[in-house]
Design a protein around this ligand. Structure first.
Ligand code: NAG
Ligand code: NAG
Ligand code: NAG
Length: 261
């Protein structure tokens, strides 16, 4: 499986709601997991008041963490002791151990591999002459890691990334920028790790690929060609008109894009 830590996949099992005098309380039981191995599961019980986390039980430490002062007395008595822990272990076995392998299999079934595009773009600032953009499109599930390597070493400085953006269907996309100063002979790589990939995918930047300047040159060249065609057409029109003894000063209408070149 991938090196990614998938404890960020949480299965919310049970949620109970109560409203008293406009006070809105609920709790959640969660199984966090990164593989289908039941030993890998982290069981959490979270108690919320008005959507604010008040207390959390964590099966890894077998302790409760209190996030608000007035719950302190409650947790000091109710949230510990052998009977309490035995019940929580039982719950974890009941809810997580049976469900996680099923959900894991379901996720594996539904995964969609990201489509990766690596390209050169205009830098954000003038501090660096070059910027690369590595985009991952259309992947599922959400957790993903996009990192940059320079000659095999991870680069963290001058990297900016978007969040995982929802596409509106159930897939996601993410974009990571690397601002850098190119040096000859170096190898810049975009590395993508995702649930759908059995190992990280590496995309090496090929500096001979079109840069934005070159793209502009190509567009410019096309525009120029178009301009030449129009001039030629204009001249033919002019000659036809003049041989016909008609208008002597024809108006040559150039396409708008020609003027922008
Ligand atoms: C639960 O406790 C473990 C060990 O301290 C910790 O690594 C983990 O992040 C905790 N989980 C949550 C959701 O806080
Ligand atoms: C918590 O318990 C202490 C004594 O153990 C008591 O003095 C204090 O008033 C209690 N706090 C609340 C909010 O009940
Ligand atoms: C990141 O950019 C700063 C300038 O903005 C530069 O001084 C620094 O060396 C860069 N870091 C790396 C690792 O390239």
């Amino acid at each position: 499986m991938s090196v990614l830590n998938f404890s960020s996949i949480h299965l919310v099992l049970l949620s109970s709601l109560s409203v008293v005098d406009g006070y809105f309380g609920h709790y959640e039981m969660r199984c966090g997991f990164s593989s289908k191995d039941p030993h890998d599961v982290e069981f959490l019980i979270q108690v919320y008041g008005n959507k604010k986390l008040l207390v959390q039980y964590n099966s890894t430490t077998e302790e409760c963490t209190v996030y608000t002062q007035w719950m302190k007395n409650f947790t000091e008595t109710a949230c510990k002791g052998p009977a309490f822990l035995a019940e929580r272990r039982e719950e974890m076995k009941k809810y997580c151990s049976s469900n996680v392998p099923v959900v894991y299999g379901y996720l594996l079934d539904k995964t969609v591999e990201p489509y990766i595009r690596l390209r050169s773009v205009e830098p954000f600032s003038t501090r660096h002459p070059a910027m690369l953009l590595c985009s991952a499109y259309g992947f599922y599930p959400k957790p993903i890691r996009v990192t940059w390597l320079r000659d095999g070493q991870e680069v963290t400085a001058n990297v900016t990334s978007t969040e995982e953006l929802a596409n509106g269907d159930w897939t996601y996309q993410i974009h990571s920028h690397l601002e850098y100063t190119p040096t000859s002979g170096e190898r810049i790589t975009c590395m993508v790790e995702h649930f759908s990939l059995t190992e990280p995918k590496l995309y090496d930047w090929d500096p001979s690929l079109p840069k934005p300047e070159r793209n502009k040159m190509v567009i410019g060249a096309c525009g120029l060609l178009l301009g030449v065609v129009f001039i030629a057409a204009g001249l033919i029109y002019y000659r036809k008109k003049s041989t016909a003894g008609g208008v002597l000063v024809p108006t040559m209408v150039l396409p708008e894009s020609y003027g922008a070149i």
